[in-house]
Ligand binder design. Sequence first.
Ligand code: SF4
Length: 443
Amino acid sequence: MSFHTLGCKLNFAETATFQRQFSERGFATVDFREDADVVVINTCSVTENADRDARKAVRQALRRSPGAYVIVLGCYAQLRPDELAAIDGVDLVLGAEEKFHIMEHADPAWRKDQVRIAVGDVADAADFGVAYSAEGGARTRAFLKVQDGCDYNCSYCTIPMARGGSRSENIERTLEHARDIIAQGFHEIVLSGVNVGDYGAGTDTGFHDLLVRLLDLPGEFRVRISSIEPNLLGDDIIALAVANPKLVPHFHIPLQSGSDAVLRLMRRRYNTRVYRERVEAVLAALPDAAIGIDVIVGMPGETEEMFREAYQFLVDLPFTYLHVFSYSERPGTDALAIDGKVSPQERARRSSMLRTLSQRKRRAYYDRQLGRTLQVLFESGGDGSVSGFSENYVRVSVPWQPGLENRILPVRCESLGKDVVVGTVLEKPVIDGAYVALPVVGA
Ligand code: SF4
């Protein structure tokens, strides 16, 4: 059988879990580009392009394996199951809740005699399905799903309709999975979710409690928060990162717009003053921390003046990099009713301006690392070099030598390459932290 995943890290983590479930039943997995008897496609619906990619993936799978039993699930499946079921050859469409019971819904005989849709009301989605996945199949970083769904109501966003309300697994079970990940030899756990900082909403434990317990686990590993809303990034979480280097100094904080008027149209839960104050709080406590930001351009109602204001806010803000998204109309969202549509050409222009700004800021940040020693988790090598990410999310490359892959090692940063800092591996760890870098084999 084969799997194909579109969209976010959460989808990848969930696909990895479906794969384990099938493997326990004796199914062998082949590459998605190969012929397969059963195909599972985990879709995304964050933009119109994502929907198109999902339909394309289904058609590709059917062209390759016309007789395959095809299961489609994920956000697009929850939101518009009929569109997927209408593709000739699709056998099963599963919704946000039903996908966690994939084995019960699939026809045990894998018969292709009729398409079945099992998609309930997303408001009833209560299952969680703890999941984790390895990046690129290597045992370096594991994406651990700790939270799902969202109770916020951002006017442009379709995710609450696709994934349901905010929910999380309890701490004990989450820790069980973290222990499992560490025992398998992963050195970095990336805490993933739709709204990770909302972990434990509705219970008496919160995200800070989870972090404290996680950081307390024994082993040579570090923890990265994939993304956290500014209103949920409290001083207590920042203080944890100061006190324990296992929690890396890298915060990805969605902003979406640097204009207060646009933030109101988006129904975000903060304004630019609050946002700036959070970034300053991080940098006051951790001056070398990386700050990543999500921004959306071309939201309906975003005038040229508002965009200029947002742009200037970002120029003045000390951040490291941006993830820039062009607004995409999503059926069922309130943003569709907002006046002042921005043309696709204008969205592209604004997006390009911000991407250029991001490159400039990232370059300046990388430049500031020269002369510093960073703790790099090495991934895979090639062309005589091997690279990985540092604790503060700098891509660092060193000349290849055996034994570097999947190790956290101290590297002195020496020069700038293209989108990378080039350095030399030091033999001894410089940060006297809770994890200890291993000596370089063969050094
Ligand atoms: S916080 Fe807003 S943008 Fe993020 S998932 Fe929730 S509703 Fe969507």
